[in-house]
Design a protein around this ligand. Structure first.
Ligand code: SF4
Length: 477
């Protein structure tokens, strides 16, 4: 195995210069100097072999807390603890709701989400799951003081929430409205594939109060779509987006760097088409290997794709959006006009998160909980436990990390939050390093900082830098 890897590395090091040249050929002239500048800042002059392929590949995302240490409480205890917590928080601070729907029409090979198709007994599963969600909503709704706090947004993610069907989603939204406090500003949003969207759905959901939709377009290039199993033509996808925009929806979408055969100029053409058709927000991801998509990586030999190649495409997409007036509202989400991406940006507004449904995480203050996987969720939901797997209380050090993490992920890290948590000297050293590596830049006003495309790419590195500066020996990261 190691020998194979060694051969692969030799092969890539011989091939990389060639591929890198090709990738630069695909970058519009106007972005080349900016991207080379970003890349140049990363070069480590102290290393003898300054291999950029290795440098841009040195990154990883930290795992969530529940994945790195044991829960403090099982599901029943966690619910008992939580029953008091929502009331101890400010009555005026809004909070947000996330509802996870794990069903999809088919499983896409590249996808890393907790989602699966329902081949057998589809309607029975849908009914059971809807009943469980409504039961959980009512349990939370029994917490009187939680009821008084305004909801900023309800975000249905997945999976494909539309798999529940209009009448079940109608039932869930009515349960939410009955149990919680909606204001005229509460935004209802859902994620979907374009293939599940119809004019009827857009009209009905408008009437239910939904106004934002995140469409997993992934790519508009015919050959790429074929490889990832998307059957709709790019023309149909764009027609549906136009229809949503006509109905007044805020539309955002994904761009996934690293899909097989997805390169420039295709990526930039897609961004242009999506912008022209009214998309107001873009999440830029790199396709990352995980146990759920390993076969897809093998099928298309994706592990052999030079990381530097992907880094340059990522940077180009980012620069293109910046050029067109989009701004970071999260480290990897650029938006303009009305798209505020309220669910993903809720931590920067210091909102609590009420997660509902299988594998949904939630937190109130420093108490975090997580729901069980699908079958265990259905089995465990009862009047004593809303389907929790467990809960934990963040330690003081974990709380500090959480605050720094929120700042970094927001795309606009506030130095004052760092100073308050890890002290002046460490904060200044950290920010000086990030500025030197062009991970962040100081805004023209001099008052705030913004993550650059380098920072977005190395988000995991920024998080680990922050973690290393937290003064404790017991902190698990
Ligand atoms: S990409 Fe979307 S539709 Fe495909 S399996 Fe993942 S969540 Fe479902």
């Amino acid at each position: 195995m190691q020998l194979c890897r060694a051969y692969r590395d030799v092969f890539l090091s011989l091939l990389a210069p060639q591929l890198i040249m090709n990738v630069w050929d695909e970058v519009p002239q106007e972005y080349i100097a900016i991207i080379k500048d970003q890349l140049g800042a990363l070069e480590d002059k102290t290393e003898r072999h300054n291999n950029l392929e290795q440098i841009v590949g040195r990154r990883w995302m930290p795992k969530p807390l529940w994945a790195v240490r044991n829960y403090d409480h099982d599901g029943i205890e966690a619910w008992e603890k939580l029953s008091g917590i929502p009331s101890s928080h400010s009555r005026i601070t809004p909070y947000c709701i996330y509802i996870h729907v794990p069903f999809c029409r088919a499983r896409c090979g590249y996808c890393d989400c907790y989602a699966f198709p329902l081949s057998k007994n589809e309607q029975r599963h849908i009914q059971q799951y809807t009943d469980a969600l409504v039961q959980e909503i009512e349990m939370w709704g029994s917490q009187e003081l939680l009821k008084e706090r305004i909801i900023s947004t309800v975000h249905f993610g997945g999976g494909t929430p539309l798999m529940l069907g209009i009448s079940n989603l109608d039932r869930i939204v009515n349960a939410l409205k009955h149990n919680f406090c909606f204001s005229s500003k509460t935004e209802l949003a859902f994620e979907t594939t374009s293939s599940m969207l119809t004019e009827e759905i857009l009209a009905s959901f408008n009437q239910l109060g939904f106004s934002r939709i995140h469409i997993g377009v992934q790519s508009l290039q015919e050959d790429v779509r074929k490889k990832i199993g998307r059957r709709e033509s790019p023309k149909t996808v764009l027609e549906k987006i136009r229809c949503a925009v006509r109905f007044g929806w805020i539309v955002s979408t994904d761009v996934i760097i690293g899909l097989p055969g997805y390169r420039n100029p295709g990526i930039l053409d897609d961004l242009d088409s999506l912008m022209e058709n009214g998309v107001e927000g873009f999440s830029i991801y790199e396709l990352v290997q995980s146990p759920r998509n390993r076969l897809f990586f093998d099928q298309f030999h994706l592990t052999q794709q030079p990381i530097l190649d992907k880094f340059i495409m990522f940077q180009t997409a980012f620069q293109h959006l910046l050029k067109h007036g989009f701004e970071n509202c999260l480290y990897n989400h650029l938006s303009k006009h009305r798209d505020k991406n309220l669910y993903f940006t809720s931590p920067s507004r210091h909102e609590d998160l009420l997660g509902i449904g299988t594998i949904a995480d939630g937190y109130f203050g420093n108490f975090q909980y997580r729901h069980s996987t699908y079958l265990a969720y259905l089995k465990s939901i009862s009047e004593k436990n809303p389907g929790f797997e467990g809960g934990l209380v963040r330690s003081a050090a974990e709380d500090v990390y959480r605050q720094l993490e929120v700042e970094i992920r927001s795309g606009k890290p506030d130095p004052l939050v760092f100073v308050a948590n890890i002290g002046y000297e460490k904060s200044m050293d950290l920010f000086a390093k990030w500025i030197r590596l062009k991970m962040i830049c100081v805004d023209p006003s001099g008052d705030s900082c913004t993550l650059t495309p380098n920072g977005a790419w190395f988000i995991g590195k920024l998080l680990s830098d922050a973690a290393e500066n937290i003064d404790t020996t017991t902190f698990i990261y």
